[in-house]
Ligand binder design. Structure first.
Ligand SMILES: Cc1cc2nc3c(=O)[nH]c(=O)nc-3n(C[C@H](O)[C@H](O)[C@H](O)COP(=O)(O)OP(=O)(O)OC[C@H]3O[C@@H](n4cnc5c(N)ncnc54)[C@H](O)[C@@H]3O)c2cc1C
Length: 431
């Protein structure tokens, strides 16, 4: 087992860091259980793609990069058993070779499977739930080293409490996923006036398998993404993908961000240029994971909250108007996605079909002001924050928004009475 002392952890966004006294990378279940049993305080870190202090620990930090194997594929049952440190991109690659796929994905696949599940990571599609809904069963190693198997049907009540867990119930040591035959997506992308998209919102949400919007602030247009599941053959060219996704998106966008950092007022014009000149209509068919995933974005800050879909139009109108009347100069897309209601205690989609609204900015200029204005609006619309992104924790508000928060807290106290898996991030939510 690899280990280091005084290990410096920095998250993807470089806004959170810590020095962990001990850093372990177990390769076997025995090693994992031994580290958990012997450590006083433990946090687990996947790939550090969370924007907040969720992974931080001054004591023991466990990383499962070497505990990432495929254990068993059952092609008849369409189930795949894996170790938790496997990355979503590794799953995509493995499943593609087998003619299989994950049912739905978020915008990137760099995260570890267990890390993505633990914060309630989601994709888009009003008939599709968050990623945790793809689990058949998982095994959790509790504070004393004992294992519990939790099945989504047989142990429904417990599963619903544990599926989104913020890494504070124990360490997920094995996951069985329900998978699907490989499928392609028909990707129809176009730029539309925001007012038209709002008028047609119900139709776009309900009549598209996977629908999302990107709004470049300070413009009147949105990029409308409509992905439809299909078995028609792939017709997207590798050259186009390279040119648009690796050259234009990655390099040009980064260059324009640099230009916008010289003078903040220029950002408005840059956003308009991006929408008018660079985002071209797209009509292509490609493998599901290639369409779900966007190119690796440049470093940026994010808040994203989940709202009842019934408030979608009012929320979006008010957000656009709030930005228009403010001094904010935002240089990044604002993302709007949709997911189906679920029953998981800590899921931001608990009990309600959801619209997600994310405020993103590529640098720290005005970020705290934007975050604060966003959260004021988000609370007005009874939003729930994404656990893996930035949010100003307001314990009483969270309690009011999550009817099962106390049930989760009680379970946490049963599973981990000495608070081995607690850190400041978890404490501020529950205590
Ligand atoms: C560029 C980018 C794009 C993103 N896109 C999306 C998106 O499209 N949709 C979305 O919803 N989110 C998105 N996110 C957020 C991201 O999916 C979550 O923050 C996710 O939790 C990160 O996974 P990770 O492996 O890096 O986990 P980490 O950030 O390393 O850890 C997250 C949590 O998981 C826990 N954990 C990790 N492994 C285990 C385990 N084995 N057992 C128990 N707990 C464990 C950790 O303790 C911690 O509590 C994005 C983030 C970035 C940086």
């Amino acid at each position: 087992m690899k280990q280091q002392s005084s290990f410096r952890f920095i998250n993807w966004a470089k806004n959170e860091s810590c020095i962990a006294q001990n850093y372990f990378q177990p390769e076997t279940e025995e090693e994992l259980i031994e580290v958990i049993s012997k450590s006083k305080k433990v946090r687990i870190v996947g790939t550090g793609h969370s924007w907040n202090a969720i992974c931080l620990s001054a004591d023991t930090l466990i990383n499962l990069d070497y505990y990432n194997k495929v254990l068993h594929l059952d092609k008849e049952k369409l189930q795949l058993k894996v170790q938790p440190g496997i990355k979503l991109w590794q799953l995509n690659e493995y499943l593609q070779k087998q003619g299989l796929a994950l049912k739905n994905l978020g915008s990137i696949s760099r995260q570890s499977l267990a890390g993505a599940i633990s914060t309630g990571t989601h994709g888009t599609g009003i008939n599709f739930q968050i990623l945790a809904s793809q689990i058949e069963e998982f095994i959790l190693v509790k504070a004393g080293g004992e294992k519990v198997a939790i099945h989504h049907e047989r142990d429904k009540q417990l599963f619903n409490l544990c599926a989104v867990n913020l890494g504070c119930l124990g360490v997920i040591s094995e996951i069985t996923l329900n998978i699907v035959p490989a499928f392609n997506l028909h990707d129809q992308t176009e730029v539309m006036n925001f007012s038209e998209a709002l008028e047609r919102l119900d139709e776009l949400i309900n009549e598209t398998d996977h629908f999302k919007l990107w709004w470049f602030p300070h413009t009147e247009q949105v990029v409308v993404y409509r992905f439809t599941r299909t078995n028609e053959a792939v017709n997207d060219s590798r050259l186009r993908q390279w040119f648009m996704e690796e050259f234009i998106s990655v390099n040009m966008y980064r260059l324009l961000l640099k230009v916008g950092s010289i003078k903040r007022e220029w950002r408005k014009g840059i956003n308009r240029t991006l929408v008018r000149k660079f985002i071209q209509p797209l009509d292509r068919i490609a493998e599901s994971f290639k369409v779900f995933n966007t190119p690796e974005p440049p470093l940026h800050r994010e808040v994203e909250w989940a709202f009842d879909v019934s408030v979608a139009k009012d929320l979006l109108r008010e957000y656009v108007s709030m930005i228009g009347q403010s001094k904010h100069c935002i240089n990044f897309i604002q993302e709007i996605r949709f997911t189906k209601a679920d029953d998981y205690a800590l899921s931001p989609c608990y009990g309600r079909n959801t619209i997600w609204l994310g405020a993103y900015n590529a640098d720290n200029f005005g970020w705290q002001e934007l975050k604060s204005d966003f959260e004021q609006l988000a609370k007005k619309f009874k939003g729930r924050p994404h656990w893996g992104k930035e949010f100003g924790c307001d314990k009483e508000y969270l309690k009011a928004m999550y009817p099962k928060l106390d049930a989760f807290k009680t379970l946490r106290e049963q599973f981990d009475p000495d608070g081995k898996f607690m850190n400041d991030y978890v404490s501020q939510i529950f205590y």
